[in-house]
Ligand binder design. Structure first.
Ligand code: NDP
Length: 472
């Protein structure tokens, strides 16, 4: 990738002022596949200046034209879909077939509606003697994690463009290559200089400089709760809007009326997907005590059918974890679970068979988990599922809500109405009912310490809007 060590500032790929670099590692081979610049404060200042200058005109570009740019980006990205999927697979480790479907196909689906949503910026509301209009908030800092890197990027870039904002993006240091490729696409469709700027680097140097910058009006941040808190502290002195999409420790309530086999199979597959590195993973599976042993037996059987393997093997369902650091962190949690007295049903600390290289972890199931254990309270972010027994549905709801997080949940019951009734009592932002599909047009975001923002669809656009009242 030609632009890999450069930063995109004001429409040009430029050398970083900083000479420090970071290696990008393929987690399956453990080999360095690229190195990127760590943008320093001077680089960040240049990028923010470019975004500030571009905002003067971009905010007044017609919504039709902004919509056309979004359509052009979708078209170009669709043409490059296979390359993008391979790039994400090489830096993240997700099996290529899944990477194409979820890491690339999904965000394309989510982006297109913003072409039409741009038009909603033109609507005016009349309230008594006042006209209320929508305007773009200004210069946005968009900071993304590594687990669904393009999905997170597009969740922010698409509404920012639709609203008429300009932006500086900092992707995760673990998976920056897809963002560089995406930036090249934005250049190829002729997006005006300075509307989209890309600075690579780490949170410590680049992220801190960006979130403290007085000319940034909004920070949209997706990542861990601890980093999200730091970002909010950085942003507070200049009163930026901060939209946080943070961690989770979601529950999956399997009611006694649910089809048990189907519900447990879905519970396991949905957590193990992307090697458990999914913010909404429902890693606390709550089963009625009368069905508990049967559920654990099904979980063991399903888990042991999942193929852990190299990302380029089309049979693989679980690839490596994203980094050596992530692998070690997950192994530490598995050890903690064993030390806490949870029963290891399958998986564990050994490497999966036949995979000597790569940051792999065996898909792991724990039973006899109490909700106050570390493995039930902290986000493991790996292929680890905890089974917890409950006495009745009220008890299950109390366990589900006994968490600092409130990002997501799943509910399984015999009927949709039964499951929805349970879901209404769970303090979380999105709840999957009886295995329902993800919807890119519905609001996505967390309650409690899982964040305060909403992404995707019209709700995602609202984050980037200021309302202005004109009293006539
Ligand atoms: P991190 O919080 O470590 O990092 C997220 C991003 O923030 C990275 O780009 C990181 O830079 C940057 N960053 C870190 N510290 C700062 C700082 N002080 N100022 C500015 N930027 C900073 O999360 P991970 O990348 O490890 O991602 C996993 C986490 O993300 C999990 O907790 C997961 O639940 C959460 N997540 C939440 C989602 C949601 O929608 N709610 C969706 C996906 C993930 P770098 O890493 O390059 O140093």
């Amino acid at each position: 990738m030609a632009s890999c060590q450069k930063l995109l500032i004001n429409g040009r790929w430029v050398e970083a002022h900083s000479k420090t670099q970071l290696d990008v590692i393929n987690p399956a081979t453990e080999k360095t596949i690229a190195s990127i610049a760590i943008a320093n404060e001077q680089d960040v200042n240049d990028a923010v200046d470019a975004a500030k200058e571009a905002f003067k005109t971009w905010q007044y570009v017609s919504s039709d034209e902004r919509g056309r740019y979004i359509e052009a980006i979708v078209t170009k990205l669709s043409e490059k879909r296979a390359d993008m999927a391979a790039t994400i697979s090489s830096e993240l480790g997700m099996p290529i077939v899944l990477s194409d479907m979820v890491q690339t196909g999904g965000p394309l689906t989510g982006m297109l509606p913003y072409a039409a949503l741009a038009k909603s910026m033109d609507t005016q509301e009349h309230i008594d003697n006042s006209i209320v209009i929508k305007q773009a908030i200004g210069v946005c800092a968009l900071i993304t994690p590594w687990n669904f890197p393009l999905h997170q990027l597009i969740a922010k870039v698409a509404p920012a463009l639709a609203a008429g904002c300009t932006m500086v993006v900092k992707p995760s240091e673990e998976t920056p290559l897809n963002a560089i490729m995406f930036a090249e696409i934005l250049q190829q469709v002729g997006l005006p200089a300075g509307v989209f700027n890309l600075v690579t680097g780490d949170g410590e140097t680049t992220g801190n400089a960006l979130t403290k910058h007085p000319d940034v009006d909004l920070v949209s941040f997706t990542g861990s709760t601890s980093a999200g808190v730091n970002v909010a502290l950085n942003a507070a002195p200049s009163v930026k809007r901060v939209c946080q999409e943070l961690g989770g420790k979601s529950a999956n309530i399997i009611s006694p009326t649910a089809p048990l086999e189907q519900a447990i199979s879905d519970a396991i597959i949905s957590v193990m997907f992307n090697s458990g590195q999914t913010c909404v993973a429902a890693t606390r599976v709550l089963v009625h005590q009368s069905q508990y042993q049967q559920a654990v037996d099904i979980a063991k059987a399903v888990t042991e059918t999942l193929i852990v393997g190299e990302p380029d093997n089309e049979q693989s369902f679980i690839g490596p974890l994203c980094s050596a650091k992530q692998q070690q962190s997950v192994l530490n949690y598995i050890q903690t679970g064993i030390n806490e007295g949870a029963t290891l049903i399958t998986g564990g600390l050994e490497k999966p068979d036949g995979l000597d290289k790569g940051f792999y972890v065996k898909p792991t199931v724990f039973a006899d988990v109490e909700n106050d254990m570390v493995i039930a309270q902290q986000e493991i972010f790996g292929p680890v599922v905890c089974f917890i027994a409950y006495q009745d549905i009220e008890h299950a709801i109390r366990i589900a809500n006994d968490s600092q997080y409130g990002l997501a949940a799943k509910v399984w019951a015999e009927t949709q109405d039964q499951a929805v009734d349970i879901a209404k009592h769970i303090r979380a932002g999105q709840i999957t009912i009886n295995g329902g599909n993800f919807n890119y047009n519905a609001p996505f975001g967390g309650f409690k310490q899982s964040g305060n923002g909403r992404e995707w669809g019209a709700a995602g656009l609202n984050e980037f809007i200021e309302l202005k009242s004109m009293h006539c």
